[in-house]
Design a protein around this ligand. Structure first.
Ligand code: PLP
Length: 451
């Protein structure tokens, strides 16, 4: 009998006992290929000797020092490294312990910025439907996944949500990707005007949508058009790269491929690669200057910010990424992985869309390809797929509610950057085997289309 409140009260999780490279093992001796790096976390796989050595060295030197008394060499080094490799314009770092904390800090820093520059009337955030920004109350409020928000809606700050960039479902007939992006930017501007431009603080979005929408890549020109709209109205751009950042899409920051620099960007998962809990917000100088000239501090803080062992792990992860050319490898192997997924699954009668960038791929399932109708949510296709894939020795990251928080099923694949082409092929094959198993029975249950 476990005393842990696990994720589900109905299904006891397997017990993980060891991990090496892209493989995890459980207490029954079963092995799993980590096709999703957990939840896009373990970018260097498991048991990386360089990261472990850096953590050991840091623990031996200094395990912890509270940031109200001290800074540490390792935190300073990590901050220097992050700013050195960040898009031009980002100049300062605030450390936290995970993605939700990074989003909370970004939201609060945005509010403080407007107070400091004499615009206290700016109080509103705009975000996108189908987004995920974390589970703390502020992050959940800006998040656009209806089923996650619903239980807590009465206690969330009010946030206005606009459309996601979701061409598979929302691109009009006879509309180009470019026109679609402009239409979305127009919707954003209309929303800002309706809310009152002087009252809006920031627009927060995942540069590449992740967990709740199944990897939504922005159409060309969309983010640049968004940036222009925001600049016209003095509204800040917060990019949430907790999942898509740190090389996952083939550039260290996903925004590099869009030609925009955010005012604030959140990172987490790949920053520590699962070796330690760590996240960060990187911001532009004007924000730090406003706080420095005004209150003299960021009116925020947690006990574990800038934890030395977490910083040591993250710095080691960054150094391995650079030394081993892993961002370049993500680009190259990512293209190959996309081809593998398409070869295995593009013709499947229940695969509606295969989309992604780098080593970050989403597959959306439908009951009927011609109408794009989703499966009946009661079938819980995503949950069955997760279980079946584990039985077949694969960890992947499926979720339901792709379309509107209730309907739709997808799976996210986000292999460790160190995965070999052979391992990527095995991930694609085990996924295809699992999809075939699950959707054959689902098809006979709900649809005349046989799998
Ligand atoms: N933001 C994004 C884009 C995420 O994908 C996640 C987690 O999946 C979070 C924030 C929250 O991060 P955490 O679970 O570390 O709090």
């Amino acid at each position: 009998m476990s005393h842990i409140i696990h994720r589900s009260f109905r299904n006891a999780p397997a017990t993980a006992v060891s991990g090496q490279g892209v493989t995890l093992r459980d207490s029954l001796g079963r092995e799993y290929l980590d096709g999703s790096s957990g939840a896009a976390v373990s970018i260097l796989g498991h048991g990386h000797p360089d990261v472990i050595a850096a953590m050991h060295a840091q623990i031996d030197r200094l395990n912890y020092a509270h940031t109200s008394f001290f800074t540490t060499e390792i935190a300073e080094e990590l901050a220097d490294e992050l700013i050195r490799s960040a898009p031009q314009g980002l100049s300062d770092v605030y450390f936290v312990s995970g993605g939700s904390e990074a989003v909370e800090a970004a939201l609060k820093m945005t509010r403080q910025y407007f107070l400091e520059i004499g615009q206290p009337q700016r109080t509103k955030f705009i975000a996108r439907r189908q987004s995920y920004h974390g589970n703390t109350l502020g992050a959940l409020a800006v998040g656009g996944n209806e089923s996650r928000r619903m239980p807590y809606a009465p206690i969330l700050i009010p946030v206005t949500h606009v459309s996601a960039c979701y061409p598979y479902r929302d691109l009009h007939a006879n509309e180009t990707d470019l026109q679609y992006g402009q239409r979305l930017a127009g919707e954003l501007e209309a929303t800002i005007l309706r809310e009152g431009p002087e009252s809006v603080m920031a627009f927060i979005i995942e540069t590449v949508g992740g967990a709740t929408a199944g990897v939504l890549t922005p159409v060309p020109g969309y983010l640049r058009a968004v940036r222009e709209v925001l600049d016209r109205h003095g509204v800040l751009l917060i990019l949430d790269e907790v999942m898509c950042g740190m090389g996952r899409t083939g550039t260290l920051y996903a925004s590099e491929q869009e030609g925009v620099v955010p005012d604030l960007v959140t990172i987490a998962k790949g920053l520590g690669g699962g070796y330690q809990p760590i996240g960060a917000v990187l911001v532009q100088r004007k924000i730090v200057e406003a706080m420095s000239k005004g209150s003299g501090s960021f009116l925020h803080g947690h006990t574990y910010i800038g934890h030395p062992v977490a910083c040591a792990a993250a710095l080691a992860v960054q150094r391995v990424i650079q030394r081993d050319g892993l961002v370049q490898r993500v680009r190259e192997n990512g293209t190959a992985f996309g081809t593998m997924l398409r070869e295995q699954l593009a013709d499947h009668p229940h695969v509606g869309d295969i989309r992604g960038r780098g080593l970050f791929w989403g597959i959306e399932f439908v009951s009927d390809r011609s109408t794009k109708a989703p499966f009946d949510p009661s079938l819980q296709i995503h949950a069955v797929l997760k279980k079946t894939a584990m039985k077949n020795g694969l960890l992947c990251y499926p979720m339901g509610g792709t379309i509107d928080g209730k309907r739709g099923d997808h799976v996210v694949l986000a292999p460790p950057y160190i995965a070999t082409l052979d391992e990527l092929q095995q991930i694609a094959s085990r996924l295809a085997t699992s999809v075939n198993e699950v959707l054959k029975s689902a098809a006979t249950a709900t649809s005349p289309v046989a799998a």
